[in-house]
Design a protein around this ligand. Structure first.
Ligand code: B12
Ligand code: SF4
Length: 494
């Protein structure tokens, strides 16, 4: 290890919807990088420019969108105060790419000698697309304001770069420029060796006060977002996960997860856990070990990132029951489409439409509230197939639904198909990858606005129908999400 360094990790300002919820929560990616750096003796600061300027919402060229976050002056003050000698900028979403570059330029302006690296899902996507012949995303990052793009699981690799290892020898480092130089090795970690994310470097109270964590149905604002595993066995065409984490699901040691949670309960007064895993229910054995440990805590938990609806279908009654007894109060089932052709030929998800109501029934009978995720507007999907999705969602029995508009994410097969076939609406592209905005031409609609209005209508209608179908459940769910004591009692009853 070289000299002790001062590393500033920045999350950029973000584009949000005017009057929208615009969720924010502590970024685990920057948290893990900081955790490793701290463990190796470096001085680290994390600054989330979106959170620190959450009240500052500026107009953009798009009347429906605002730019949320700290001003340049505020960011320059952070640089002056901390005086970093290395800066890392996270780009978890492609919507943030331009803002990440804006922050990088500011750092350059402050001191042009400080090395700057970027990483996160957008960077993974940009590199993967470059290797598939779509060069612009990665070249845009190499406009001179950033030195390195890092791909894969950079937890330890970033620390090596900071410690002056030659970039060409560090896994996952792309040296940017007109002709990027690619790494020889991918950055993959043994996740049992990870330290805890450095939450002591984050403004957790700021996130709690803002109060918009991932789940729309949180029982408390004092939420802990955690990942128990990485990877997902599926390879859905719209999803950025397979390219980053791979298809082999790897679990952390359940004792380490429990330690992370109890430590955060003690230090930060956590009242709810939200598991952000892509496939929390894919592997029963480690899930049971986790549930065994959670059961003693009496903390409500949920899976806002969604779990595939049909994992272990025949064993789901026991699985959901076990989850419920360990504190789980709600599951989100990722169902995507009510048209089998769309699931098979467009999404590539191994799911049968008729399995969804069965899974919903299993979860509800175990005492869980069920939210369901659906997607509308796949390229090549017909208007009739979208209607099938609306009907499947309305009839599956879930307590609530959300219909998202399909947004092609860089690095995914779906995105590359849309680019190749030129299927964007005129004037729209990947930068508006927000699930309420339509980017891709849709069968049966003349404009993105018309499609967005229709999706907003069906969202409202189907949720109202679900609430009317079972007013008592809807009322219990409302109580649960507004009164942590109800969530607590739900856990204790079991
Ligand atoms: C939690 C979550 C959210 C949360 C908040 C996340 C946050 N602040 O961190 C919320 C709910 C707000 C959210 C919103 C959205 N999300 Co989201 N979200 C996730 C989720 C499920 C987990 C994120 C996480 O904690 N990962 C774990 C950490 C450890 O991983 P990581 O951040 O990628 O970090 C690692 C590497 O990427 C790298 N790295 C990361 N940062 C840096 C920085 C540097 C300098 C370096 C060197 C390396 C590096 O090293 C890290 C350690 O290995 C991911 C899926 C996933 N599995 O990651 C999707 C994901 C990030 N979301 C995604 C999307 C699309 C969205 C939305 C745009 C959805 C929508 N359509 O509206 C919105 C965007 C909102 C906005 N603000 O613009 C996509 C992003 C793809 C893309 N190219 O844009 C993902 C990948 C989902 C997917 N499967 O496709 N999301
Ligand atoms: S199952 Fe979910 S996380 Fe896995 S590839 Fe499909 S959408 Fe992504």
């Amino acid at each position: 290890m070289g000299p002790r360094r001062r590393v500033l990790l920045l999350a950029p300002r973000m584009h949000g919807l005017r009057g929208g919820i615009n969720r924010m929560q502590p970024g685990l990616g920057l948290g893990y990088l900081a955790g490793v750096l701290q463990a190796r003796g470096h001085e680290v600061a994390i600054y989330d420019a979106a959170l620190e300027g959450a009240q500052r919402q500026l107009d953009t060229n798009d009347p429906d969108e605002v730019l949320i976050g700290a001003s340049d002056v505020q960011i320059l003050e952070v640089l002056d105060d901390f005086e970093p000698d290395f800066v890392g900028i996270g780009i978890p979403f492609s919507t943030l790419a331009e803002q990440a570059l804006a922050v990088a330029r500011l750092v350059r302006q402050w001191d042009e000698t400080v090395p700057i690296a970027v990483g996160g899902a957008h960077v993974n996507g940009a590199v993967s697309d470059y290797l598939h012949g779509l060069q612009d995303r990665l070249l845009a990052l190499g406009d001179g304001s950033v030195d390195y793009a890092m791909v894969g699981e950079c937890d330890f690799a970033f620390a090596e770069l900071v410690e002056d290892c030659p970039p060409g020898e560090v896994a996952g480092v792309v040296e940017l420029g007109r002709k990027p130089r690619f790494p020889r090795r991918k950055a993959v970690v043994d996740i049992t060796q990870l330290p805890l994310p450095a939450r002591d470097r984050m403004n957790l109270e700021g996130y709690f006060a803002y109060g918009r964590f991932h789940s729309s149905q949180s029982t408390s604002n004092r939420v802990l977002n955690v990942m128990a595993s990485r990877g997902c066995p599926e390879a859905c065409s719209f999803c950025a996960t397979p390219a980053t984490w791979g298809q082999r699901v790897r679990w952390r040691d359940p004792d380490a997860i429990l330690h992370e949670i109890t430590d955060c309960v003690e230090r930060y007064g956590i009242e709810e856990i939200q598991f952000e895993d892509d496939s929390l229910t894919a592997m029963l054995a480690p899930l049971s070990e986790l549930c065994e440990r959670l059961a003693g805590l009496g903390l409500p938990w949920c899976t806002p990132n969604g779990v595939k609806a049909n994992y272990h279908l025949s064993r789901q009654p026991e699985m959901f029951d076990m989850m419920r007894r360990s504190g789980c109060y709600q599951v989100t089932l990722a169902c995507e489409s009510g048209a089998q052709r769309v699931l098979d030929d467009i999404v590539g998800k191994r799911l049968r439409v008729e399995q969804v109501p069965v899974a919903v029934g299993h979860a509800k009978r175990a005492g869980l509230f069920v939210h369901s995720f659906w997607m509308l507007g796949f390229p090549g999907e017909t208007r009739a197939e979208m209607q099938q999705t609306v009907e499947a969602a309305a009839s599956c029995g879930a307590d609530s639904v959300s219909f998202s508009i399909v947004t092609p994410l860089p690095g995914t097969p779906l995105y590359r198909g849309v680019v190749a076939r030129g299927q964007w609406w005129p004037g729209r592209d990947y930068r508006g990858t927000n699930f309420r905005r339509s980017q891709v031409q849709v069968d049966g609609f003349d404009s993105p606005e018309a499609f967005e209005r229709w999706v907003a209508e069906v969202n409202a209608q189907v949720n109202q129908q679900a609430a009317r179908r079972d007013p008592e459940r809807a009322q219990r769910r409302r109580q649960l999400t507004h009164d942590p004591a109800v969530a607590g009692s739900l856990v204790k009853q079991t």
